[in-house]
Design a protein around this ligand. Structure first.
Ligand code: URA
Ligand code: SF4
Length: 236
């Protein structure tokens, strides 16, 4: 069905009237707005303080996150942690979440292999991310990889073309897209991996610089201008 005709996600009805992160997390724990809750262990909600100045958005929890119930604690999380540290961003001061809150996978013997969420699942889960943005109102929003960037900036957004620079978007005062840390792990050889990692750290350094330059101030926070995915403005 074309995106335009998608009915509002049933997740919308689960969002509390005056949400805080605790209430959102509890409500999301019982979400059945798409089929992904069936096979996953649990909802993996975002983690961090409502006062966080920076929000990082990934794609969906992986195998380790599904078991732990926490975002970015597996191999991709370790790459993220190391890159954040090298760039000079304290993870404990960031709010970390995903576009889709349940792990989507395919069984291969004992393994559970990551599967990319489809547009319907991204749409179904969007109210949770929207609510997280409304509550946290980060000053800097970092989109990790194509799923996050396209869910929030439009399907024509290309991370390869517009990474590492602040974008024109009403989602937050500063919005930047970069690669997903998993893409670094998938690099074909050591040299490519080192290069990809260096690029990731460089993009995060742009964020660190912005956070440091405007510590405790800078562009005022304001409610994010999110719209239903089908009407979201494309970034030029
Ligand atoms: N990849 C993601 O996008 N998010 C996680 O939480 C873990 C891996
Ligand atoms: Fe709900 Fe998102 Fe889980 Fe689907 S993936 S059931 S929309 S929390």
């Amino acid at each position: 069905m074309p995106a335009r005709q998608r009915p509002p996600s049933p997740a919308r009805d689960l969002i509390p009237d005056r949400p805080d992160l605790g209430a959102l997390r509890s409500a999301a724990a019982g979400c059945t707005a798409c089929d992904l809750y069936r096979d996953a262990t649990q909802t993996v909600f975002g983690e961090g303080a409502a006062e966080a100045e920076v929000m990082l958005v990934g794609e969906q929890p992986g195998d380790g996150e599904d078991r732990a119930g926490r975002p970015f604690v597996g191999p991709a999380g370790r790459v993220l942690d190391q890159a954040l540290e090298e760039a000079g961003i304290e993870r404990r001061l960031a709010y970390v979440t995903n576009v889709v809150k349940h792990f989507k996978f395919e069984r291969r013997g004992k393994l559970r292999l990551h599967k990319k969420p489809n547009a319907e699942q991204v749409h179904a889960c969007f109210p949770w991310l929207e609510a997280e943005l409304q509550v946290v109102q980060p000053r800097v929003l970092v989109l990790l990889g194509a799923t996050a960037a396209q869910a929030l900036l439009g399907s024509s957004f290309r991370v390869s073309r517009q990474r590492g620079e602040f974008l024109d978007s009403g989602l937050a005062p500063r919005v930047l897209a970069t690669v997903h840390p998993s893409s670094i792990l998938r690099a074909p050889d050591e040299e490519a991996r080192a290069l990809a990692y260096k690029g990731f750290v460089a993009d995060l350094a742009v964020v660190a610089e912005e956070l440091a330059a405007n510590a405790g101030g800078g562009a005022p926070r304001k409610p994010p201008e999110t719209r239903p995915p089908e009407t979201r403005r494309k970034v030029q």
